[in-house]
Design a protein. Structure first.
Lengths: 217, 385
C-alpha cells in the first residue's frame, strides 16, 4: 500500500487547477449538448421522420472508441489551427453527450400520456404552449437523467483530452504513466472517480428539485 | 345551436383501401340541449365529435355554430370556445387543481384575480371545497374528483358549447351516478349546449335530450330518448336499446304524462253523490280536494257504503303521493313499497292533477305516445301497417 504515501507529495495546487479545468471541459461540452440535444429532441417529436436518422447518427458516434474520436478531431481542427487544445476535446465530449440527452428528451416527450396531449390540444393549447406548460415540465426528470449519464460518462472520457493537450485530470494520469509512477496513477484515477460521484450526486439533487411537485411521490 | 352539415371523414387504410369512417352526418343540436352520440365502438361517433373541434380534419361537410361556418376559423381559437372533456380526463399532473382549471382563461388573457374567482365559483358548483382542493395536485384526488375537475376545466372560459368523449366511462359505477346527476344539474343551470359520446344506453337515456344513434359511420336515428325506446327505427336500434326498452322508458316518463283524468270531490260532497261517481267511473276510491283544487286526502268506496252525510267524515290522508315531475320508475317503486295500486299526482303547489295507476302506466306505455314526439303511432298499429 505504498501508493498511499503519494498523497503526501502530491502538488495539490496543480491537482486543484486540473480538476477545475476538467470540470470546465465537461461542463462546456455537456452544456452545449443540452442546448443542442433538447431542441433536437423537440424537433423529433414535431417531425417524427427526423427521429430515425438523428438517433441513428448519435448512436453511431457513441460506438466510436473514445480515443479514436479524439484522434479524429485532430486533422479536422488542425485545418483551422486548433488541432490541439480544448476545442477538439470539447467537441468530442459534446458528441458523446448528445445521444443520452437527445434520446431521453425524445422518449420523455413521446411518453407523455396520450390523454394529456389530447386534452391539451382539445382545450385549445398550441404546440408550443403544450411544450412549455406541460410537456417540458413533465420531461425534466427524464431529460436530467440523460444529462447525468452524459456527465458521468464524460468525466471519465475527458481524461483522454490530456493526450491532445487540452489539460484536465488526464494530465496527472498521463504523466504518471510516462514516469511509471503507480502511486500518482492510482491517485489520479481515484480523483476522477470521486469527481464523477460528486457530480452524479449533485445532479441527482438537481433532478429531484426540478421535478414538478405534482409528480413527486 | 350547433349544426352538422353532411360531415364526412374518409381515410386510406394501410392496405390502400378507402374507408368512410363518418358518412355525411347531418344534425342540429339546439342551445341548452344535451345530445348523446350513441353506438357500438367503431361506429364513427367519436370521429364525428372530434371533427367539431377539428382534432380530426373533416374530409368534407361543415360545422356551423350559431349559424357561423367554422371551416375557415383558426382551430386554436375555435377550440378555446368549445369545452372538451375526455374519458382519460387528461389533467396536467405538473399543475395544481387551480392551475389546471384556469389554463384556458389564462391563455385568453384573463387577469389573476378573475381566474381565481372563476376557479372558486366552479369548485363550489361541483361541491369541492376550494380551500381544501385548489392547491392540490391531480394525483392527490380520487378518480371521481379528477373528472369533476376535468369537467369544470372545460367550463372555465364559459364556452357555450361542450364536447364530451365518454366523460364518465372511467368513473366507478357509484360515483358515476352522482357525477352524472351533478353534471346534469350544472348543465341545466348554465344552459350549455352539450354533445356527449357514449356507448351506454342508460347514460344516454338519463342525460340526453336527444340521442343520435350511429352505425358504421352513418346516423341511423336522431330522436328524443323516449321516442327511440318506443319507436326504434330498425332491428339494429331495437337490439341496441335492449329487450327491456319499455322498462327503460319508465325513467323518462313523468308522473303528469302518465296520470289519468281521475275525478275528484269536495269534503262537503254528499256520500250518495260520491258513491254514484265511484259507480260511474268504476273506481274504489276518490281524491278529495278543496275549492282551489288542493288535494286533501281520499275516501274509499268500502267505507262510504250504507253511510249518509258528507264525505268529510271519511277523509283519509294519503300514505304516499307522486310529484308531477317524478319519473315512473320512482313511482312504481313507491307503489310497491306502500302496497298501493295508485298514487295521486300533485303539482308543486299541491294541486291535484290526476292519478297514476298500474293501468294508466300500462296505457301510456302501450299507447304509442312518447315524450318529444307528437305524431302518435302505436307500436302494434305500426307493425300491422
Amino acid at each position: 500500500m505504498d501508493w498511499l504515501s503519494t498523497f503526501s507529495y502530491m502538488d495539490w495546487g496543480q491537482v486543484g487547477a486540473l480538476t477545475l479545468q476538467h470540470v470546465a471541459l465537461v461542463g462546456v461540452a455537456v452544456g452545449l449538448a443540452i442546448l443542442v440535444g433538447v431542441p433536437l429532441g423537440v424537433a423529433m417529436t414535431r417531425f417524427p421522420w427526423l427521429s430515425g436518422p438523428l438517433q441513428g447518427a448519435a448512436t453511431v458516434v457513441l460506438t466510436i472508441p473514445s480515443i479514436a474520436l479524439f484522434g479524429l478531431m485532430l486533422p479536422l481542427y488542425s485545418k483551422i489551427g486548433h488541432g490541439l487544445g480544448p476545442l477538439p476535446a470539447v467537441t468530442a465530449a459534446f458528441l458523446y453527450s448528445l445521444l443520452p440527452i437527445l434520446r431521453n428528451t425524445y422518449l420523455a416527450l413521446t411518453n407523455v400520456e396520450p390523454g394529456i396531449r389530447e386534452a391539451g390540444k382539445g382545450i385549445g393549447m398550441t404546440f408550443w404552449q403544450r411544450l412549455r406548460m406541460v410537456d417540458i415540465p413533465l420531461a425534466v426528470p427524464v431529460i436530467l437523467a440523460g444529462v447525468r449519464t452524459a456527465v458521468v460518462m464524460n468525466i471519465g472520457v475527458m481524461t483522454i483530452a490530456a493526450v491532445i493537450g487540452a489539460g484536465g485530470l488526464g494530465v496527472l494520469i498521463l504523466t504518471a504513466i510516462s514516469r511509471s509512477d503507480m502511486g500518482q496513477l492510482i491517485v489520479g484515477a481515484i480523483i476522477v472517480s470521486i469527481l464523477a460521484i460528486i457530480a452524479d450526486l449533485l445532479l441527482q439533487w438537481l433532478q429531484r428539485t426540478l421535478t414538478p411537485k405534482g409528480l413527486r411521490s | 345551436m350547433i349544426e352538422l352539415d353532411k360531415l364526412t371523414k374518409r381515410f386510406k387504410q394501410k392496405d390502400g383501401k378507402d374507408v368512410t369512417a363518418v358518412d355525411a352526418v347531418s344534425l342540429t343540436v339546439n342551445e341548452g340541449e344535451i345530445c348523446v352520440f350513441l353506438g357500438p365502438s367503431g361506429c364513427g361517433k367519436s370521429t364525428t365529435l372530434k371533427m367539431i373541434n377539428r382534432l380530426i380534419q373533416p374530409t368534407s361537410g361543415r360545422v356551423l355554430i350559431n349559424g357561423e361556418d367554422t371551416t375557415g376559423l383558426d382551430e386554436v381559437a375555435l377550440r378555446r370556445n368549445i369545452g372538451y372533456v375526455i374519458q382519460q380526463i387528461g389533467l396536467f399532473p405538473n399543475m395544481t387543481v387551480e392551475e389546471n382549471i384556469t389554463v384556458v382563461p389564462k391563455l385568453l388573457g384573463w387577469d389573476k384575480k378573475r381566474c381565481h374567482e372563476r376557479a372558486m365559483e366552479l369548485m363550489n358548483m361541483v361541491q369541492l371545497d376550494p380551500r381544501q382542493y385548489l392547491k392540490r395536485y391531480p394525483r392527490e384526488l380520487s378518480g371521481g374528483q379528477q373528472q369533476r375537475i376535468g369537467v369544470i376545466r372545460a367550463l372555465a372560459a364559459d364556452a357555450p358549447l361542450l364536447l364530451m368523449d365518454e366523460p364518465f366511462g372511467a368513473v366507478d359505477p357509484i360515483n358515476r351516478d352522482a357525477i352524472q346527476n351533478e353534471f346534469f344539474q350544472m348543465q341545466r343551470a348554465l344552459n350549455k349546449t352539450v354533445i356527449m359520446v357514449s356507448h351506454d344506453i342508460d347514460e344516454a337515456i338519463k342525460l340526453g335530450d336527444r340521442i343520435a344513434v350511429f352505425r358504421a359511420g352513418k346516423l341511423v336515428q336522431f330522436d328524443h330518448p323516449d321516442t327511440l325506446l318506443a319507436h326504434p327505427k330498425d332491428e339494429f336500434i331495437a337490439s341496441f336499446v335492449g329487450q327491456d326498452a319499455t322498462l327503460k322508458r319508465l325513467l323518462l316518463i313523468r308522473a303528469e304524462d302518465a296520470a289519468d283524468d281521475a275525478p275528484s270531490i269536495r269534503p262537503e260532497t254528499p256520500v250518495a253523490d260520491a258513491l254514484g261517481l265511484l259507480e260511474e267511473h268504476d273506481r274504489r276510491h276518490l281524491v278529495v280536494t278543496d275549492a282551489a283544487n288542493k288535494a286533501l286526502g281520499y275516501v274509499r268506496r268500502r267505507e262510504l257504503r250504507g253511510q249518509s252525510g258528507v264525505v268529510r267524515a271519511f277523509l283519509q290522508p294519503f300514505a304516499a303521493t307522486a310529484a308531477f315531475d317524478e319519473h315512473l320508475r320512482i313511482l312504481l317503486s313507491r307503489m310497491y313499497q306502500f302496497n298501493r295500486a295508485w298514487l295521486p299526482v300533485l303539482s308543486a303547489d299541491n294541486d291535484f292533477l290526476g292519478e297514476v295507476t298500474q293501468e294508466s302506466i300500462a296505457d301510456y306505455l302501450s299507447s304509442g305516445r312518447s315524450r318529444g314526439k307528437t305524431s302518435i303511432v302505436s307500436p302494434a298499429e305500426g307493425a300491422a301497417g
